[in-house]
Design a protein around this ligand. Structure first.
Ligand code: SPV
Ligand code: MG
Length: 431
């Protein structure tokens, strides 16, 4: 019998999958691949069902000859081992970005005369409802909160993108690209204090109060499912920080990062050009301990941000603080720098890892932006934050549009640079 292969990357078997299996059975013995978590999170929603349960779900389907694990999005390994005569898939893979997967399969099969079968994709009201249900589940606090820890286990480096509104949240949520045969998307969102303040036309000095910052979180959470890392600035005094931890955890935020500064906080990228006071090690440890003491779940993370390199206090001070903060209960360390070169950050990571192999390290390559994610991962960095690039790209574009309209006394000249209204509308999901 000819071998027919299809790969499922789904948490729920619905009529669309059953239709694929029905058509597949007309061509030969049907083998189904279950896509690994590691591959799924590169282009699809985070699975709401464990890999083991997804395997069991597929194994229980009638009329299947075998179930396989597909480790990669591309089918090379499966095709080379199974040598299917047919690979069958919904015809949604004729469109970008999935068409790259299809092209790859066509080329692999053509080496020995195998064929691709495209089945009309089932997208009816019922399937739409199931998709919506999965999204709603992913957005629930108890599911969203733990996702950062889950991602840390399966991603070589967790990528986080700046967000400060529902719209930027949607960009972080929905942007998926194919590049050189690899798929990629952001894993999480960074709720930057700089960009949240800037969006409100205010300086980044903790003047936008927590009630307003929480309102921004809510706007983002309403339209996204990805985990949130919250920029908690200094966290305030320990007596206030405990309330922040409680609220964030309850809302379903995955992590708060607080920086070891006291008094009037200014943005770190000013460095020593402005007066900024670093907290004492003991003072900051007390704040970390206070936060950890009120946390109710194991999912939430308090990450300690070290400003020693920003304030030019030296590497030894940064390392001493890092180990002390972990000793006080910090679930991760963020090390920041405003140098053009990544050298001091990479040196910090290497030296920190000599004594601590597991505590997650977070970095923000804004000024040392030539460093790649692969280099950072080689130095055992766990989370990379792109902290302000959306705001910095949107502002000049908006400013230029405003000037052009003034220049021409009409909007015709700017039109070619604008996103069609139709596209903006399609970005927004309706309930
Ligand atoms: C932010 O995005 O608000 C940050 C990172 O705290 S930085 O602006 O680099 O200090
Ligand atoms: Mg900040």
């Amino acid at each position: 019998m000819p071998i027919v292969y299809t790969c499922f990357s789904t948490d729920v078997i619905h009529e669309g999958h059953l239709n694929i299996l029905k058509v597949a059975a007309e061509y030969g013995d049907v083998y189904v691949g279950v896509l690994s978590d590691e591959a799924t999170v590169r282009y699809n929603k985070f699975p709401t069902v464990s890999f083991e349960d997804r395997m069991r779900m597929v194994e229980a389907l009638p009329g299947i000859k075998g179930v396989l694990i597909q480790k990669d999005i591309l089918y090379d390994e499966i095709v080379n081992t199974l040598r299917p005569d047919y690979v069958i898939h919904g015809d949604n893979w004729l469109m970008e970005p999935l068409s790259h997967i299809r092209d790859n399969v066509v080329s692999l099969l053509s080496e020995y005369g195998g064929k691709v079968i495209d089945v009309p994709y089932t997208f009816n009201e019922n399937v739409r409802k199931i998709d919506k249900r999965i999204n709603e589940k992913l957005a629930m606090p108890e599911f969203r909160r733990k996702r950062l820890k889950q991602l840390l286990k399966i991603r070589p480096i967790v990528k986080s993108l700046e967000v400060h509104s529902g719209l930027t949240g949607l960009i972080a949520e929905k942007t998926v690209i194919e590049h050189d045969g690899c798929f990629d998307q952001f894993d999480s969102m960074w709720l930057s204090s700089l960009c949240d303040s800037t969006a409100k036309g205010k300086p980044d000095i903790e003047v936008v109060d927590m009630t307003s910052r929480f309102r921004t979180i809510d706007d983002i959470m309403e339209v996204t499912t990805k985990p949130i890392i919250f920029d908690g600035d200094t966290g305030g005094i320990p007596e206030h920080f405990v309330y922040i931890v409680r609220s964030l955890e309850r809302m379903g935020v995955s992590a708060v990062i607080i920086e070891d500064k006291v008094g009037l906080k200014k943005n770190s990228l000013f460095g020593t050009e402005v007066d900024q006071t670093q907290d004492t090690i003991e003072g900051f440890c007390e704040k970390i301990r206070a936060g950890k003491a009120v946390q109710l779940t194991d999912d939430f993370m308090i990450i300690a941000r070290i400003e020693s390199l920003i304030l030019e206090r030296g590497m030894d001070d940064a390392l001493e603080r890092a180990h002390a903060y972990v000793g006080a209960g910090a679930d991760g360390i963020m090390i920041h720098s405003r140098r053009k070169s990544p050298d001091e950050i990479l040196e910090f990571c290497d030296r920190f890892r000599e004594k601590d192999e597991t505590t997650p390290i977070v970095v923000v390559p804004t000024s040392y932006n030539s460093v790649t994610e692969e280099e950072l991962a080689d130095h055992k960095v766990n989370i990379v934050i792109y902290a302000n690039q959306l705001t910095r790209s949107a502002f000049p574009a908006m400013s230029e549009t405003a000037k052009e309209i003034l220049r021409h006394h009409r909007a015709l000249e700017v039109d070619s640079r604008l996103m069609p209204i139709k596209d903006i509308i399609s970005l927004i999901d309706e309930l």
